[in-house]
Design a protein around this ligand. Structure first.
Ligand code: NOJ
Ligand code: CA
Length: 556
């Protein structure tokens, strides 16, 4: 069980309105009590924050808004004392434009070794004023920006698959590889337990950077428009060459994992987890082959519509693909890049997953969304494999869906010409105490994004000990999951239910059986005779039946 902390929005230690490492450290006991095993922190490195820290200027130091290296050490030590592992976020595809390497590349000019660490090219057209190819930036607009030559005239172009302030590194250059291997060691030596690897599918680009006439679908609905077009792969995503990079990294991680005589690397596991938006579970499985990463985010599950058949299919195909390489499956419903599942599931079934919701957009049905989100989470947490939670989902937080557009910070909003609102709605600071300024986010009333009024009633202190609260539901689910080792169990589907029901049994060990029923149909569903209810995402009917949009775990 991994809990994702988005550092700028979890807890503010000094009252400047931005979350920070001392704030996180002080609140870590909350995560021990929640019952997770590990924390993944989104980037905390030195950064001009052009993409909320996914634009790194120094991979070996902490941005002053988040604290210092000493604060990171304290965080690591405190987490370890509490029995929590810490996974840091590694951003290898691109650096910040303020990284010394990029500044050196600008200064050194065309043809220099400094420029060879990035992807600089001359423009097309007689004056070089057209981009070198037609690739698009994920956040909107062209994926190329032109720089000035030393004499002030227009110069070469550089590639950025993300914001213009995130130049892509050249992974064909051995210096880049050596640098990141050293960065891995830097954090492993400080005690990090692993890495979440940002856009792990992007590092290598097809030689020659050929034009690509289809749109880019990162963070998009890859099931509707697959990445694989008529047998051709996009030249910027999921190139075979990326795997060589991860094989080398795995060797480094292994060297930190003592292996016992039975070949088991015990407690000191350090792991790699890929963020790779690829088109199928089979392509994803390639990232978690024996000698590569340990885990990869399974976005198929996150993208599945609230339909029983779709859910069963997502679960089955994920298992089949992961089993084919002997890796554990992962599950995730929310993160800092998508509309929170409480809001997503409050939109009509079949709605395309929106990239942010704002003023004037169709608004989710809050009560329905929460009910379905609780049922979806209870389903997810009963599945074998590793699950990732996103901060605040344990409170049932919705996205902020009516934030004023002029406070938005995601580069998606301006770069899309104000057509895609982007990801600010899921990044709003956490509510800890309903009656305090900033709902207890920090010691002042400042928050870098405004918190919706609905967050007061959802604050941690309002939910602790409240039997029907979402927080207590998560605690109960996590406690049972841990006690019965459901994550290490195995799943078989149960027959005899209607098409609109997801029903399976998880058998974690000799004699243990947990029956899980999620009812997506209108008619209440009976549970097997003699079964004991372990936990339920919402109340059962007076007759003990499972009503619509409810998940129940049973000992049967
Ligand atoms: C994926 C990250 O999750 C997202 O937040 C970021 O904008 C892009 N990678 C670029 O680093
Ligand atoms: Ca702060």
């Amino acid at each position: 069980m991994v809990y994702q902390i988005y550092p700028r929005s979890w807890a503010d230690g000094n009252g400047d309105g931005i979350g920070d490492l001392p704030g996180i450290t002080a609140r870590l006991p909350y995560l021990r009590d929640l019952g997770v095993d590990a924390v993944w922190l989104s980037p905390f490195y030195v950064s001009p924050q052009a993409d909320a820290g996914y634009d790194v200027a120094d991979y070996r130091d902490i941005d002053p808004i988040f604290g210092t290296l000493a604060d990171a050490d304290t965080l690591l030590a405190t987490a370890h004392d509490l029995g929590l592992k810490v996974i840091v976020d590694l951003v290898p595809n691109h650096s910040s434009d303020e990284h010394p390497w990029f500044q050196a590349a600008l200064a050194a000019g065309p043809g220099s070794p400094e420029r060879e660490r990035y992807i600089f090219r001359d423009g097309r057209g007689p004056h070089g004023d057209l981009p070198p190819n037609n690739w698009l930036c994920v956040f909107g607009g062209a994926a190329w920006t032109r720089v000035k030559a030393a004499d002030g005239t227009d110069g070469q172009w550089y590639l950025h698959l993300f914001a213009a302030r995130q130049p892509d590194l050249n992974w064909d250059n051995p210096q880049v590889r050596a640098e990141f291997e050293d960065v891995l060691r830097f954090w492993l030596d400080r005690g990090a337990d692993g890495f979440r690897v940002d856009v792990a599918n992007a590092l290598i680009k097809e030689a020659g950077l050929p034009d690509w006439d289809e749109p880019l679908h990162l963070l998009g609905d890859v099931d509707v428009i697959p990445h694989d077009h008529h047998g051709k792969r996009p030249p910027m995503w999921d190139q075979d060459g990326v795997h060589e990079v991860y094989r080398a990294w795995r060797q480094i991680l292994n060297s930190y994992n003592p292996i016992d005589a039975a070949g088991y690397s015990g407690d000191n596991d350090r792991i790699l987890c890929a963020e790779a938006w690829v088109d199928s579970p089979e392509r994803l499985a390639r990232y978690v082959r024996d000698d590569e990463m340990h885990q990869a985010f399974n976005f198929k599950f996150l993208q599945t519509q609230w339909r029983a058949g779709d859910l069963r299919d997502a679960v089955s195909t994920s298992f089949t693909a992961a089993d084919s390489v002997g890796a554990p499956t992962t599950w995730v419903l929310s993160n800092h890049d998508v509309v929170r599942h409480t809001s997503r599931l409050g939109l009509p079934v079949g709605t395309k997953r929106p990239n942010g919701i704002g003023d004037g957009d169709p608004q989710p049905n809050a009560a329905l969304g929460l009910r379905r989100a609780r049922a979806a989470t209870a389903l997810m947490l009963a599945l074998p494999g590793s699950s990732y939670l996103y901060q605040g989902e344990e409170l049932g937080l919705p996205d902020s869906t009516d934030m004023p557009d002029d406070v938005r910070q995601d580069p998606t909003w301006p770069r899309s010409g104000h057509t895609e609102r982007g990801r600010d709605g899921c990044r709003v600071p956490m509510p800890w105490e309903g009656d305090r300024p900033s709902y207890g986010f920090g010691p002042s009333d400042r928050t870098w994004l405004p918190q919706p009024a609905s967050y007061a009633a959802l604050a941690v202190d309002r939910q602790v000990g409240a039997p029907d609260s979402t927080l207590e539901l998560y605690r109960a689910l996590l406690a049972i999951r841990r006690e019965l080792a459901l994550g290490a169990g195995s799943l078989s589907w149960l027959g005899g239910y209607s098409e609109e029901v997801v029903a399976f049994v998880n058998e974690p060990g000799a004699g243990e059986r947990v029956v899980v029923i999620t009812n997506l149909g209108a008619e209440p569903v009976a549970v097997p005779g003699g079964a004991l209810v372990l936990v339920s995402s919402g109340p059962l009917t007076l007759q003990g039946l499972v009503p619509t949009d409810t998940t129940v775990w049973l000992s049967a």
